[in-house]
Design a protein around this ligand. Structure first.
Ligand code: B1M
Length: 670
């Protein structure tokens, strides 16, 4: 049964002055509750029992977008987001610096090198006098060339008016510092000679302004280790895995040379008056896949947590991605707070699984997936059912700070935020009682279980080639193919029994969570190279590509890792692909369809706000009379089968392996 809903209209008409007057630093109605929001959050972090659950929704993206559009709720029309949170009695969410509100241009000018300092920081930085920084700005682009005694590197970042209007807080790095092996030494030089110095005046002022309404987290860095820093900033997200493999020595040397910078950050935040340190962001079992996370990230989280804990401070990491494959690694990493945890249905990990596995060791911050606030995605009944479920799943409620993960979306139903706040006040007294779980309305999510390894069936004649594909060894595979061809083995046989059989295993492993991005990318790259060697020897039908796929990330969306993976896998099995990139406007898709005449148009979207762009593209194809000439395939984390059907797409693929299967199916239907 669905519990009684608080009717949004009733809430909206509740006199605002009455609501506001009843809040006292989050002490609730008439100020009767014992603790302030600051006390609650600190108790939750320490593993003690606050009087009730703290609730600290992140409002910045929602606020910026709604201010721009003039759509703030009437009663909050002229308020800042802190004033709104205070008026509603919520704790202030003081974790992410206001990246687009620097005190001076230098604060975020060096975004592409990850050298940042904000009012929320406790340190500043200074380049060595022999590093000359040349800046060229224009049209939302900033190109910087760093001239050092050992060479120069350049970067370009983008932040457009449209990004600002959409409430995006991060820059887009268009040109990365590391393009080839010679750049490594230059970047190392910059970091080895960079000086950090204490500058915490603004932080202390900020802390005072927050007062009893929240706990300020200071930004140590968005990367949790030197290697994570290289991944996040210096190389394109997809190319990183190739660099990691191809320039392993250079990368290791660069990571080592950045150790001093990280030690200095630990020292600076350790000696400051901060309580909580933001240490790394966007943990995700695809991007920061388990082996990488364990080897290249965990040691630095542990080091920071050990040192800072001795100085009475806590380490918090922004774990907003898919954490299924990282559950134990994160729990045992030493971090004190896993922030922005985003459970099912936005990821595969249910909230009860998070709480059961982590809450004895670390504090969970988040737990309410952002799509819960969207009427198009979740009905009022589902929303209420989730909240009921949540309150039971996190009983007794120790080590839990409720928040919207990772942030309140621009089109959030504001009354749902209000409803969470009310529920927390009325039913969030600790300890919570578990009771029976109310079944969730959205489909059951899979249990976080260890997958069974998909083994390859070795074909003795092609064992080496199969192994080369599995290992992603692009040099060896070409050699082995040449020697098979020289022995008179048919090219079709090499392709089918050697290469495709192994690629299928990789795809299957990836789908089951046994293989991760780097394995897939390297195998697909080896395949691509090998197919070129085989081409002249293949018969007519085999020689032609399987089909042409045009693919891009829709307008307003800058996520490209998933799209790139899909492209690589399609290429790996013989499709011809055209990559249109990110943030692709509808007219550009249409123009490209007219020009390239693909069999399939692939659309990728990672944001709930950009999903409607997919429909816009399909509608425009119809208007232009092109819809019958091309199949449309859609994908991306928030997209699903039903959405694909509703917007008139020909198919939806959940991941790269699915995309290959779907593309083959769509081609057959042609
Ligand atoms: Co963003 N981000 N991000 N982000 N980010 C998400 C997507 C989010 C779910 C995080 C969260 O809330 N927990 C959330 C979106 C919420 C929502 O709307 N539903 C979010 C947000 C809010 C944002 C910003 C608004 C944050 C901000 O500004 N402060 C901002 C938006 C910028 C913009 O696009 N306008 C932003 C920025 C970024 C970074 C730049 C920091 C970075 C992107 C780097 C890059 O792509 N180069 C980033 C990242 C890394 C993520 C998470 C953590 C990981 C995404 C990823 O690459 N996963 C993500 C969390 C999550 O998804 N749970 C998150 C790995 C990749 C292999 O998987 O992309 O799903 P995925 O692709 C899969 C399938 O989806 C499928 O196959 C792929 C391979 O298996 N697939 C297709 C994808 N496309 C397909 C197309 C097909 C078929 C299959 O056919 C055509």
């Amino acid at each position: 049964m669905v519990p009684n809903l608080i009717i949004p209209q009733a809430l909206a008409s509740f006199p605002p002055f009455l609501k506001d007057a009843s809040r006292r630093n989050g002490r609730g109605k008439k100020g009767l509750e014992k603790m302030t929001n600051r006390e609650r959050i600190l108790k939750a972090i320490r593993g003690e029992m606050p009087d009730r659950l703290p609730f600290a929704p992140r409002l910045d993206l929602w606020y910026n977008a709604n201010v721009q559009a003039g759509t703030l709720p009437e009663r909050h029309k002229n308020r800042t987001f802190d004033q709104i949170a205070r008026a509603e009695g919520w704790a202030l969410h003081k974790i992410n610096p206001e990246y687009q509100k620097p005190r001076k241009p230098e604060d975020n000018l060096h975004w592409a090198l990850g050298i940042l300092s904000y009012k929320e920081s406790v340190f500043g930085f200074r380049f060595s006098p022999d590093v000359d920084v040349e800046v060229k700005e224009g049209g939302g682009r900033t190109k910087i060339t760093y001239h050092t005694p050992v060479g120069s590197v350049s970067t370009t970042t983008v932040y457009t008016e449209e990004m600002r209007k959409a409430g995006v807080s991060n820059f887009w790095v268009e040109e990365h510092a590391l393009k080839g092996p010679k750049d490594y030494r230059v970047v190392a030089y910059i970091f080895e000679n960079l000086k950090l110095f204490r500058d915490d005046r603004d932080f202390l002022k900020w802390k005072e302004e927050i007062g009893e309404d929240g706990v300020p987290f200071t930004l140590a860095g968005r990367a949790a280790s030197p290697m994570h820093h290289i991944q996040k900033y210096f190389v394109d997200a997809t190319d990183f895995y190739f660099h990691y493999h191809d320039y392993a020595k250079e990368m290791q040397a660069l990571a080592e040379s950045m150790g001093g910078f990280f030690d200095e950050i630990i020292q600076q935040v350790g000696d400051s008056q901060v309580e909580v340190v933001y240490w790394g962001a966007n943990f995700d079992d695809m991007i920061t896949y388990p082996a990488f996370f364990e080897k290249d990230i965990v040691p630095w989280i542990r080091k920071a947590a050990d040192i800072l804990e001795r100085k009475g401070k806590y380490v918090s990491c922004h774990c907003d991605g898919e954490n299924l494959g990282l559950m134990d690694l994160i729990r045992d990493s030493g971090m004190h707070i896993a922030e922005a945890i985003t459970p099912a249905p936005m990821t595969k990990v249910p909230i009860e699984e998070y709480y059961r596995r982590w809450s004895d060791k670390l504090t969970l911050f988040g737990g309410i997936p952002s799509i819960l606030l969207l009427r198009e995605s979740i009905s009022d009944e589902e929303f209420e059912a989730y909240l009921d479920h949540l309150f039971k799943a996190i009983a007794p409620g120790r080590r839990m700070i409720l928040g919207i993960a990772d942030s309140t979306p621009p089109k959030a139903v504001f009354e749902r935020l209000v409803r969470i706040g009310e529920k927390v006040e009325k039913e969030g007294r600790l300890p919570l009682e578990a009771g029976a779980f109310r079944p969730l309305i959205h489909p059951a999510v899979p249990e976080a279980v260890k997958p069974v390894l998909r083994e390859i069936v070795w074909d003795e004649e092609f064992r080496q080639v199969q192994n080369d594909v599995l290992e992603g060894d692009q040099a060896a595979i070409q050699e082995h193919i040449q020697s098979l061809l020289a022995k008179g083995v048919k090219a079709e046989e090499i392709l089918k029994r050697g290469m495709l059989s192994a690629m299928e295993v990789i795809s299957e492993r990836f789908k089951n969570g046994e293989a991760f991005i780097p394995e897939v990318l390297l195998s697909a790259r080896a395949m691509n190279g090998a197919v070129k060697v085989l081409q002249p020897h293949l018969g007519g039908t085999q020689r032609a590509a399987k089909g042409k796929v045009l693919i891009g990330t829709v307008k307003g969306d800058l996520h490209d890792i998933g799209k790139n993976l899909v492209i690589t896998m399609l290429k790996g099995v013989g499709f011809e692909t055209v990559d249109l990139g990110i943030d692709v406007p509808t007219p550009a898709f249409i123009k490209a369809v007219e020009e390239h005449k693909p069999h399939i148009l692939g659309l990728s979207a990672l944001l709930t706000t950009t999903m409607p762009q997919m429909q816009a593209v399909i509608e425009c194809l119809t208007q232009k009379g092109l819809r019958d000439r091309v199949k449309v395939m859609v994908g991306g984390a928030p997209v699903n089968e039903k959405f694909a059907r509703d917007i008139g797409a020909d198919g939806y693929a959940a991941d790269g392996a699915d995309a290959v299967t779907l593309a083959k199916k769509l081609i057959r239907q042609e």
